[in-house]
Design a protein around this ligand. Structure first.
Ligand code: FAD
Length: 525
């Protein structure tokens, strides 16, 4: 060792004496030859009580033998040893000693002494264990949660997740966090980046995720997502005097697919019930109006005939004719009564026509309207073994319209297609039962095309099918022939056109066109 001429030897002793660490010097067999005041403070033993005793007097005997074996093996190689031992104080209480033993090697190369330095780290250990316990507890709670949870660093890398989240990775086949965050960003727009910049919490946002290659109807999953941020102090040595913070994003996602399905089923059922009721009222209205119209014709003819008769009588008023008129008085009274009663009956019939209610006109995405219509018809389509091919336009501008009126119209057109295909015809065997539904976006209008592989509509009926009371099925089978007439009425009120394509030979193709932004506000249903 190099000489330290400037440092008087007693400084070494004073330094050891005054050190805050418990220091002891032993012989080669660990018998204590010296202990400093800090040793007395930590162990509770007076110097006189320890001198000459083996260091093992501090052992609480719960430290595994293996630890001592490795301690002594290390010292035998004349290397310093550091480790934790459970020590017992003079009052019997225990503490955890963080001990470093350094062999003191003499000029002969042999270990003459050992220098032991230790400090009580019970409190530090207690805190560490507490942190570990809490971490384990939090992890098990997080793992047991029925909600997918993950923690993302500032580069959106997942640094922590739970079992539900891991399951989601398997289900989605990709990193759920990035999918959910992308969808959230699309849904919230600029609000997402603002919330992120300001680290504002985002609560309960419903996010839809489409699964690639999922089964029919099972491909969409819904999650209720929440975001919150938390800060972590950088624990590295560099940041000891210059604290820096790391920010983490906590993403939770609860699978609400089942709830959504139930809500959707309730919505579709309510919509179907509403449409059925409205169809019933509209059909009643159209039927009564048609009946009034049909009765008005003969009544007007009768009225005109009576007037003609009266005029004729007025011309030849001689005595013979007057006698004749008197004989006809009773007949006239009967005719007048019949005419008056008929008009009263017609007025009563008119009064019975249900009032039309205005439906709020709003921008509608026809893809969504048609999707609902298909859902409502699912049972009928499956029951009839009809395959549906649905080709929605990827981009479809909204059309202003009455949601229930349009849904009712398309529901009726689809019901017609199903019914047509259910009619057995000669040569139908082996024919594919198919409904194709398209939406298309043209420069100034949106078009819906509904094709079926049924018997089709003959060319001569192309326009007739839209007339009121025209039916090929007969009133006996519950058909009044008002459906297409009502559909045409609804489409016309939306400023649109409906027709049957005469060039379509595979069955029937109905085309419905709506102009973009032309419908009137508040339309009668
Ligand atoms: P022991 O019978 O003493 O020994 C247990 C095992 O240790 C034996 O199986 C043997 O393989 C090995 N061993 C023991 N003595 C020697 C030796 N001289 N040479 C080679 N191998 C040996 N122990 C504590 O519990 N607390 C302390 O604070 C502590 N401080 C120490 C400070 C110094 C400077 C030194 C040198 C040792 C210290 N020890 C301390 C170790 C202590 O000396 C004992 O080895 C230990 O306490 C185990 O004691 P024991 O009676 O249970 O078993």
């Amino acid at each position: 060792m190099p000489a330290t001429p400037d440092l008087p030897p007693q400084v070494f002793r004073q330094a050891v004496e005054q050190a805050a660490l418990a220091i002891s010097i032993t012989d080669a067999k660990a018998n204590i030859l010296y202990a400093n005041p800090a040793f007395e403070r930590v162990t509770g033993y007076k110097l006189a009580e320890v001198l000459g005793n083996n260091q093992s007097m501090l052992s609480y005997k719960v430290t595994p033998g293996l630890v001592y074996e490795s301690l002594w093996a290390q010292l035998a190689r004349q290397r310093a040893w550091n480790g934790m031992l459970v020590n017992r104080r003079s009052d019997g209480s225990r503490y955890l000693a963080d001990l470093t033993i350094t062999p003191v090697v003499g000029a002969d190369g042999k270990t003459s002494h050992f220098l032991g330095m230790h400090r009580d780290v019970t409190e530090v250990h207690h805190l560490e264990r507490q942190v570990q316990n809490q971490k384990a507890m939090i992890e098990s709670v997080v793992d047991a949660a029925q909600v997918a949870i993950c923690l993302l660093d500032e580069r959106d890398h997942v640094v922590l997740d739970n079992q539900e989240y891991k399951k989601l990775i398997g289900d989605l086949g990709r990193e759920p966090a990035s999918t959910l965050l992308t969808n959230l960003r699309q849904q919230m727009g600029a609000g997402f980046d603002l919330a992120r910049r300001r680290r504002q919490a985002v609560r309960h946002r419903e996010v839809k995720v489409e699964l690639a290659g999922g089964g029919h109807g099972q491909a969409t999953r819904w999650f209720a997502c929440a975001l919150s941020w938390f800060e972590e102090q950088d624990a590295s040595a560099d940041a000891f005097y210059e604290p820096t913070r790391r920010h983490y994003l906590l993403l939770t996602a609860q699978d609400i697919t089942e709830l959504k399905r139930q809500q959707e089923a309730i919505r579709i059922n309510s919509l179907a019930a509403l449409l059925t009721e409205q169809e019933r009222i509209q059909s009643l209205r159209e039927t009564l109006a048609g009946a009034v119209y049909q009765l008005e014709g003969p009544l007007n003819t009768l009225t005109a005939a009576v007037r003609l008769l009266e005029r004729r009588r007025g011309k030849g008023e001689d005595s013979a004719e007057r006698n004749e008129c008197q004989r006809e008085d009773a007949f006239d009274v009967a005719i007048d009564t019949a005419l008056r009663d008929s008009r009263t009956a017609l007025d009563t019939l008119r009064a019975c026509i249900p009032h039309q209610q205005n439906e709020v006109m709003q921008p509608l995405n026809l893809n969504e309207v048609l999707r609902d219509v298909l859902k409502m018809a699912t049972a009928d389509l499956l029951g009839s073994g009809i395959v549906v091919e649905w080709y929605p336009a990827a981009e479809l501008p909204p059309v202003r319209g009455g949601a229930t009126q349009l849904a009712a119209t398309f529901r009726h057109l689809l019901a017609n297609a199903i019914e047509a295909m259910n009619e057995r015809r000669v040569g139908d065997q082996g024919r594919e039962r198919l409904v194709r539904l398209f939406t298309q976006f043209h420069a100034d209008h949106v078009e819906v095309i509904l094709e079926d592989t049924g018997p089709g509509i003959p060319a001569e009926w192309r326009y007739k099918v839209f007339e009121p009371f025209f039916t090929t099925k007969g009133a006996a089978r519950g058909h009044l022939g008002m459906g297409l007439s009502m559909a045409q009425d609804t489409v016309s009120r939306h400023g649109g056109l409906i027709d049957v394509d005469p060039d379509y030979a595979e069955g029937c193709r109905v085309r419905v066109q709506f102009p973009l932004g032309a419908a009137r506000d508040g339309m009668p249903t």
